[in-house]
Design a protein around this ligand. Structure first.
Ligand code: HEM
Length: 149
């Protein structure tokens, strides 16, 4: 354990760089996938456009969002190993990131509905869901940067 904390301290800023870059890729997907679902609601199931949306959604989730989420948790988790836990900001940040991770899983479940042509939710539902990662991101970045408490 001591060896790990020493390693993280030696490489702290490099690990934080990797953390922030992974978070950017993860957030890009979390903000864009529900927007694709909004557009997907407007096309006929089985049409060529619908099939194109399915490919875009699958690739975005599998090739970008899933690996980026794992990387954000891995590098963020390494940073956690050397934090001062006396303030409240980090605990609240972790709670909000768990909510963000839950939203990622919800988005993955909705993708399966579109892939099987069985989505019944209206575009308005996905438009509202699109705001959830936006609001969580605003709060998480505020906590990580300003550390207000
Ligand atoms: C996935 C799980 C995550 C964990 C375990 C985690 C943990 C951490 C830790 C321990 C730090 C170091 C804080 C410091 O050096 O002051 C950090 C930095 C940071 N995190 Fe996260 N984080 C996670 C996800 C996120 C997400 C989703 C965002 C943005 C939406 C984010 C944004 C940031 C930013 C901007 C910093 C740099 C703060 C600074 O240096 O001022 N993190 N994170």
């Amino acid at each position: 354990m001591q060896a790990l904390t020493d390693l993280v301290l030696d490489w702290y800023l490099w690990i934080k760089w990797l953390h922030v870059v992974s978070v950017i890729a993860w957030m890009a997907g979390l903000l864009y996938l529900p927007r694709l679902y909004v557009y997907h609601c407007g096309v006929e199931p089985g049409s060529a456009t619908s099939e194109t949306f399915k490919v875009m959604e699958r690739r975005l989730l599998r090739a970008i969002m899933n690996p980026a989420m794992v990387a954000a948790w891995t590098f963020g988790g390494l940073l956690l190993a050397v934090q001062d836990w006396s303030g409240g900001w980090l605990k609240v940040k972790i709670a909000l990131i768990l909510a963000l991770t839950w939203h990622h899983h919800l988005q993955a479940l909705w993708r399966k509905d579109f892939a099987a042509d069985r989505n019944v939710r209206p575009a308005r539902f996905y438009r509202i869901q699109n705001e959830v990662p936006t609001l969580l991101m605003l709060a998480v970045v505020l906590l990580a940067v300003v550390k207000p408490f």
